[in-house]
Design a protein around this ligand. Sequence first.
Ligand code: FAD
Length: 436
Amino acid sequence: MSVPTRNWARNQRCIPTAVHQPSSTDEVVQIVKTAAAAGERVKVIASGHSFTDTAMTDGHLLSLDRMDRVVGVGGPDGFDVRVQAGIRLHVLNEQLAQRGLALPNLGDIDRQSIAGATSTATHGTGAALGNIATRIVGLQLVAADGTVHVADEEHDPELLRVARVSLGALGVITELTLRCVPAFNLRAVETIEPLVDVIGDFRNLMHETDHVEFYWMPGARRCQVKRNTRTDLPAEPQSRAAYIKDKWIGENLAFGAVCRVGRRFPSLAPKVAKLVMSAASERDLIDRSDKVFCSPRKVRFLEMEYGVPLDAVPDAIGRIQSLVSTLPVKPMFPIEVRASAPDDIPLSTGFGRASGWIAVHQYVGVPYESYFQGVESIMNDYGGRPHWGKLHFQTAATLAHRYPEWDTFQTWRAKLDPSGTFANAYLDRVLGPVRS
Ligand SMILES: Cc1cc2nc3c(=O)[nH]c(=O)nc-3n(C[C@H](O)[C@H](O)[C@H](O)COP(=O)(O)OP(=O)(O)OC[C@H]3O[C@@H](n4cnc5c(N)ncnc54)[C@H](O)[C@@H]3O)c2cc1C
């Protein structure tokens, strides 16, 4: 197993002084203690699926790929699953299914590690459901002095509350306990609908079904709406052939091919965008929840995603439409819109508010800066919070007032990592220096 030194999108890379693959919490403690004593920095990289440089370092780079086991199952209802922090979501989902359990919500992919996903507040869609980190009911964390902190609802609940979303700034998480739910199937219905209807009834749309999202190409009058509803009916998945046609050929191979044409001939980008949207198909199937939530993503892209108050989404979409009409290079990827419930995690992008999520993408190698910067300045007007793992141009100075419990987090950071052992260039930018 090699430790990645660049991310999935290949827009971030680093040259660490040393790489480590510990297989136990004790080994993590030794690595952290030795590095801290030498005044050197430490960072964990999980599956490198962040678009930002959040997992990059010129110090010691740790991979917890060897710490990837389910440790035990317990809790009041037998739904609490303790796992080592390096377990990948697709492995975890399979292990949960074997035990008749599942996570209630997931994002688009399952390649991340559980600690990597939760550390940046990775979310799916569902107006009544928080991000994945909200399912954490216990954790084990190695602080900069090598102390192993164990936090759960009874012991150190405040550390638990804060450390669920920490960008790796508080220490190395070695174990997590997740409150799961009984395994369930989802009925997935995908339709093409007029944007004006979707936006006109946005709040209801987001609340009427367990999980709703829509994809819209700026300029298009119609969009693709995906509604996933919990069902007790047995699975009726697509045939293998239909899955390969939709997910591998349609969403990856063919999509990648037309994006390459658009990158080579930018004037064709609007035509490419139309083609991509016209290829979106309608589907209706029932399958195991994680198989519905997650899809393969082989076409590499860059992404920025903002959380804004749910009711701001229709207005923001209208403004993005106007922005895109002025851009010299048009996006070839649709905008993705989702929703999530409020939570109480100080650094969570969902802290204290029902969020609407607006994600913009651009194919790798195509200029994205003016598009993303333009969208970001629109999001600023709604107090938008950028996804910590996706591209943005904010700094600690512009972010602090968007997080009512910013100081709570910074106090814990100063306590657990007073010398900035877990800092890197990204944390220097978005969190600033550790407070003395
Ligand atoms: C194709 C694609 C699809 C995506 N879909 C979604 C989506 O649907 N929803 C969504 O919200 N996001 C999505 N993302 C973003 C992604 O979920 C996040 O960026 C996530 O953090 C990546 O997880 P990772 O395991 O790759 O972690 P990395 O990117 O490797 O690391 C993320 C952060 O976690 C820290 N970290 C990792 N492990 C530990 C640990 N054990 N202790 C302390 N710190 C740790 C790292 O240091 C870093 O700061 C997507 C990304 C891609 C590339």
